[in-house]
Design a protein around this ligand. Structure first.
Ligand code: 5RP
Length: 240
C-alpha cells in the first residue's frame, strides 16, 4: 500500500531522533491513527512509556494503549503535556496540516494545544504544496447546526459529505459531534478558511491544524527520512 513503508520509516526515525525529548517528558500525549499505532508499538517494546503519564487523544488510542498494558490519564486532569506525537493527512511546506481522517480532530487539537512540543509523523505521500489538494478537510459539527453548516459550505462553493461507515447514519465523534468532509481543493488562505468556518457557532472544530507543528518527521518509501523544524505559533509552546 502507498506510504506503508514510509510510515514505518518515519515511526522508526521519530523514536530514534526524539529519544531524549521523550525520555525527559513526564507527560506524553498520543495522537490517533495507523502511524501512531506503529509508534506506540515501538515505544511500548522499548519501555519508553513506562513510568510516564500517557494522555490519549481518542477512545481508539485509549483502547490501544490500555490493551498493551499502558494506563491512560484523562486529558481533563492535565494542564500541560510535555510532548505530543501524532500523524497527519496532509502537510504543507510551513508545517500546517489537515488532520482528522480518524474523526479525532477535536481531541487531537486540544492535546496539541496543551503540548509544549508537538511532533507530527507522516510518510512522504502526505506532503503537499497546498492543503486540501488531496484530502478533504474534516469538520466537527454540533447536530443542531448541521443543516445550517450545509448551507454555509454550499454558499462557499464547496462540495461536502457526511462521513459514514461502520454504522447507519453519519460518523459521530468521541465528543458527539457529526463529522463532515469538505472538498475544498487546494486552499490558498488556510487561516482565512479556518476563521470563516470557526465563526459559525456549533462548528466545533476543523481539521486544519495551522501553526501547531514544532517538528514534522517525514518517512521516505525508499528508506530513511527527515526531520523538519517549524515555527510554532499556537498552543503551549507559544503563549500559555
Ligand atoms: C486521526 C488523524 C490521523 O492522525 C491522520 O488521519 C493520519 O492517520 P494515519 O496515520 O492512519 O495515516 O488525524 O483523526
Amino acid at each position: 500500500m502507498v506510504g506503508e513503508k514510509g510510515k514505518k520509516e518515519a515511526a522508526t526515525l521519530v523514536v530514534k531522533e526524539f529519544e531524549e525529548v521523550l525520555s525527559d517528558a513526564r507527560i506524553i500525549g498520543v495522537g490517533t491513527g495507523s502511524t501512531v499505532s506503529i509508534i506506540v508499538d515501538l515505544l511500548v517494546s522499548q519501555g519508553m512509556l513506562d513510568d510516564k503519564i500517557v494522555v490519549p487523544s481518542s477512545i481508539d488510542t485509549a483502547m490501544k494503549l490500555s490493551s498493551k498494558g499502558i494506563a491512560v490519564t484523562d486529558p481533563m486532569t492535565v494542564e500541560t503535556i510535555d510532548a505530543y506525537i501524532d500523524g497527519a493527512d496532509e502537510v504543507d511546506p510551513y508545517g500546517n496540516m489537515v488532520k482528522g481522517r480518524g474523526a479525532a480532530l477535536l481531541g487531537e487539537k486540544m492535546l496539541a494545544y496543551k503540548s509544549r512540543v508537538n511532533i507530527f509523523v507522516v510518510d512522504e505521500s502526505k506532503i503537499v504544496d497546498k492543503l486540501g489538494s488531496m484530502k478533504p478537510v474534516p469538520i466537527e459539527v454540533h447536530r443542531w447546526m448541521l443543516r445550517t453548516v450545509e448551507k454555509v459550505v454550499r454558499d462557499m462553493g464547496y462540495d461536502y459529505s457526511f462521513r459514514s461507515g461502520g454504522k447507519d447514519g453519519p460518523v459521530i465523534s468521541d465528543f458527539c459531534g457529526v463529522i463532515m468532509d469538505l472538498y475544498t481543493g487546494p486552499i490558498s488562505d488556510p487561516y482565512g478558511l479556518e476563521d470563516r468556518l470557526r465563526s459559525i457557532p456549533g462548528l466545533v472544530e476543523t481539521g486544519l491544524f495551522l501553526g501547531y507543528a514544532d517538528y514534522v518527521v517525514v518517512g521516505w518509501d525508499k528508506g530513511g527520512g527527515e526531520v523538519r523544524k517549524h515555527s510554532r505559533s499556537r498552543g503551549a509552546g507559544y503563549n500559555i
